[in-house]
Design a protein. Sequence first.
Length: 187
Amino acid sequence: MKKIITLFSLLFLITIIFIGCTSKLQVKKPVTIAEEFGKNLYTADSQKIADYKKIMASISEQTNYLKMIQTFDKTIQPLMTKEAYENCLANRYTTLSALICAKGNYTVQVTNFILGKNLYGEKEDKAGYYYEAKLNFTATNGKVERTDTSKGYIGLSKQNSQWKVSIYKLTEAPKLYNEIMIKDTKK
């Protein structure tokens, strides 16, 4: 009888451990990945801006530049497919917020990230959302605050049972971007 109780106790313990471990391995939903991606893409604090300025200072060294950008993008790169990341990198979407903030002496926080309805419905391997990001730009001196918006599309697909951003399209950049770039070209 003692052996049976010990055996059942051991099986019970193994079952609890197994259930606990598998619950931690749950796959994030595509909407969660899209929101995390969008918030990380637009947020730029003082440290991120300092890192961006450091990268721009070493732009002449092309290979070093790419390695530094990949380090800079450590919060969004793991959420994306390789092809989608390379596209964002080529279009400089990954550094857009940092560029605005560095040139205009701002930091930016996402105050609201609104995703539309999944365009693919309940398909198991694809998801797609139009989004609107509400942004709050704060001057580094803390005195000037400005709100802005940005819009685009985030498409996701499953890779190895994990949702990844496979398409990113910016359809409307923050207005502050155009103002800063126009001001910069007049200098």
